[in-house]
Design a protein around this ligand. Structure first.
Ligand SMILES: [Cu+2]
Length: 288
């Protein structure tokens, strides 16, 4: 008996150590997807806060209650109307009260979902008065960014190849880019999205947007970032062989830091020095 107790304590302690070391290893990449993660990423914008509330609070509770109700009903029906207990099956075909109820109740549930859903759709659609605009262009397989209010600040952003990822600099495999997008916090940012070749999708989970980048069409969304940090996203429309290798990396900084970055960026990108250091044979074939 004593021996079993010892083993259980030991097992429990090692599990605790494992969990705490795992969580500390993951703490520094809080805005990126984590292994074994469940649920949505932490919200970093009012948009994502509303989406998280809508999903985690409203939808999940409705789903849980429906699942419990249907399960209990099924168990009850299986037992109450089993063959042994009902050798003579009932010939009932209509029950007006039940039919009205099972039509009306789902309609009410859908209305409860639809009202906040439509309100949110309009809120997410566009911002009344943007304080700055950034244009995003999808390419096979990288992103181009243009700061429309700041002439000369436009650049391309490539994924850092796996063999060059430097974890000591906080770089993450498949998510870090050579030229991250820098955006100010507490600013209404209009985002225009298009594509130069095939359909891509510009997505950053922590900001709560996902918009298709369609050639010949300008889509629009917006964001207001709550807190400084590094945020990651990926192309979310299967766009070709390197679809998984065109990540989005956003550095959200304070307004003074953003002004400072703009000065540096103007100098850095002034020569329109759009070298494509990571362009491979695949890129040049696909872009044609
Ligand atoms: Cu893509």
């Amino acid at each position: 008996m004593k021996k079993t107790h010892f083993w259980i304590t030991n097992l429990f302690m090692s599990l605790l150590v494992l969990v705490s070391s795992l969580s500390s290893a993951l703490a520094d990449i809080s805005n990126a997807p984590k292994p074994t993660q469940l649920g949505l990423q932490d919200a970093a914008s009012p948009q994502m806060e509303r989406i998280s509330w809508f999903h985690d609070t409203l939808l999940m509770w409705i789903i849980i209650l429906i699942v419990i109700f249907v399960t209990v009903l099924l168990i009850y029906v299986c037992i109450r109307f089993r063959k042994k207990r009902n050798p003579e099956p009932s010939k009932t075909t209509h029950n007006v009260t039940l039919e009205i109820l099972w039509t009306a109740i789902p309609v009410v549930i859908l209305l409860i979902i639809a009202i906040p859903s439509f309100k949110m759709l309009y809120y997410l659609d566009r911002v009344e008065e943007p304080e700055m605009t950034i244009k995003v262009t999808g390419y096979q397989w990288y992103w181009g960014y243009e700061y429309q209010d700041h002439e000369g600040v436009e650049f391309l952003s490539y994924m850092i190849p796996e063999e060059e990822v430097d974890e000591s600099k906080g770089q993450i495999r498949l998510l870090s880019t050579d030229n991250p997008v820098v955006l100010p916090i507490d600013t209404n940012i209009q985002i225009l999205i298009t594509s130069a070749d095939v359909i891509h999708a510009f997505t950053i989970p922590a900001f709560g947007f996902k918009k298709d980048a369609v050639p010949g069409r300008m889509n629009e969304t917006w964001v207001r970032i709550d807190k400084p940090g590094v945020y990651y996203g990926q192309c979310s429309q299967i766009c070709g062989i390197k679809h998984a290798y065109m990540p989005i990396e956003v550095h959200a900084v304070t307004k003074p830091e953003f002004e400072q970055w703009l000065v540096e960026a103007k100098a850095k990108f002034a020569l329109n020095n759009q070298q494509r250091p990571y362009e491979t044979a695949f890129n040049s074939i696909g872009a044609q």
